[in-house]
Design a protein around this ligand. Structure first.
Ligand SMILES: Cc1ncc(COP(=O)(O)O)c(C=O)c1O
Length: 441
């Protein structure tokens, strides 16, 4: 038995399910990964095996593991005593940097996780508009709180009609009735968005969506869909919220809103914003953010909000994302990796495609054309994906399976073009073995 599988047995005796987060079990291998150390784009497991990390902490470590700039900022904060639950001068310094970087942000608040950020953002939207209905895009993921735990992993045979998607719950234990607060519309279906607005616009507080649907790998919005959504929300006094927990900093420092040229009223930032340390942000128009206590009447607080270690780490990380050439490098690595992997699939006759933007991507098996929404993602072959992930891990490239219909993968800025070459060499062998296994003997 390896030390990795041994460790899972130990953990299961004390941790529920053997893990601290349910999606940490990688179904492709049947256990969580136990990494002993990490450096840049590489991780080493408890048995000393090296992997290139194409999960990158679910998207949190965009600079790579153990980045020196983040580490130095953390060390300086610890040296000052890291007094938490108080403000220091870095909170405003980082807030200013974020307001200068993210188009919609005139004011921001720090909070702990992506889940908290969307939860507070939605409460604020309801407080500001005095309305309670929310429009959510089918399949889009906004964290683990009850308001948005619907239609995130609906099985293919339970989707319902596109005009009336099933409010399939993402968990047991959700209070009955919350589904009544959500209107669901499939991504990129402008006709159905218009229908939903015609029916519900007067009761809608907000529309929340992933501007780039990275939780299903990488699915881009149609420009017409997004522009119409912006126009309709503005026209009907409905707040537009971009959940950029995963998309922020991925393809440009200003996030998907800068890349797509559409500015929402509010947005959430998570994962990469903390440079690998727990931090999330929500922010947006000043007149809306003014509704937060103590200026206004909408509550947002928390003992660990804006922990000084996280703020220092985030400040160092976002400063690094803004350095000239940062995204030229990301795009060069992405272009080489995505094209190389597509070429490997073609050469070995494996029916798979890569869709990527910036530092994150999806790998889809058995779908004939570009994916446009959850209904396409759920058609891709999850068993084929799990086999691919297991083979890649066997050959030293770590992909994570989150248990959903499709998965998002990604690389970090510490990945060099030479690293990409090695990653592709390893994946070439993995895909060759996969293809040989599929062929009749
Ligand atoms: C778009 C989006 N929103 C919210 C969340 C929840 O973030 P967290 O896991 O930090 O609570 C995630 C996490 O994957 C996400 O991708």
């Amino acid at each position: 038995m390896s030390r990795v599988t041994e460790q899972f047995e130990v953990a299961r005796q004390y941790l529920a399910g053997g893990v601290s987060a349910s999606t940490r079990v990688n179904r492709a291998v049947g256990h969580p990964m136990y990494f002993d150390r990490a450096n840049g784009c590489r991780v080493w497991d408890l048995d000393g095996r090296e992997y290139f990390d194409l999960c990158c902490s679910h998207g949190a470590t965009l600079l790579g593991h153990g980045d020196e700039r983040v580490r130095a900022a953390i060390d300086r904060t610890l040296d000052r005593g890291a007094a938490c639950s108080y403000e220091n001068e870095q909170h405003a310094e980082f807030a200013k940097l974020l307001c200068e970087t993210i188009p919609c942000c005139e004011r921001v608040r720090f909070t702990g996780s992506g889940t908290e950020a969307t939860m507070h953002c939605l409460r604020l939207a309801r407080a500001y508009t005095g309305k309670s209905l929310l429009l959510k895009i089918e399949g889009h993921f906004h964290g683990y709180h009850d308001q948005v735990m619907y239609s995130i992993g609906t099985p293919a045979d339970r989707l319902g009609e596109p005009a009336d998607p099933t409010h399939f719950p993402g968990s047991a234990g959700i209070a009955p009735g919350l589904d009544q607060q959500l209107v669901l519309v499939p991504f990129n279906r402008l006709d159905l968005l218009e229908q939903a607005f015609a029916k519900h616009s007067r009761e809608l507080a907000a529309v929340i969506l992933e501007p780039v649907y990275y939780n299903a790998g990488c699915i881009l919005p149609d420009p017409e869909f997004l522009t119409a959504l912006r126009d309709m929300t503005r026209q009907h006094g409905v707040l537009l919220i971009f959940d950029e927990v995963l998309s922020a900093f991925r393809m440009t420092a200003g996030g998907a809103q800068e890349y797509l040229g559409v500015t929402p009223d509010l947005c959430t930032l998570g994962k990469a914003v903390g440079g690998g340390v727990p931090l999330s942000v929500f922010g947006g128009r000043q007149d809306i953010m003014k509704r937060l206590m103590p200026e206004g009447d909408c509550q947002h607080s928390g003992t660990y909000n804006g922990h000084p270690v996280a703020v220092a780490a985030g400040l160092a990380a976002v400063t690094a994302y803004r350095q000239p050439g940062f995204y030229d490098h990301i795009n060069a690595v992405g272009a080489r990796l995505f094209a190389g992997l597509n070429e490997i699939f073609r050469r070995h006759d494996v029916f798979a495609r890569v869709q990527g933007l910036g530092a994150r991507f999806g790998v889809y098996f058995g779908v004939p054309a570009e994916l446009r929404g959850y209904r396409d993602a759920v058609q891709h072959s999850r068993p084929a994906m799990l086999k691919f992930i297991a083979k890649a891990i066997e050959h030293g490239v770590y992909f994570h399976d989150y248990g959903g219909a499709a998965c998002h993968h990604g690389f970090c800025a510490a990945t060099t073009l030479d690293d990409v070459q090695t990653i592709l060499q390893r994946l070439d062998i993995a895909v060759a073995e996969l293809a040989a296994g599929e062929r009749p003997a």
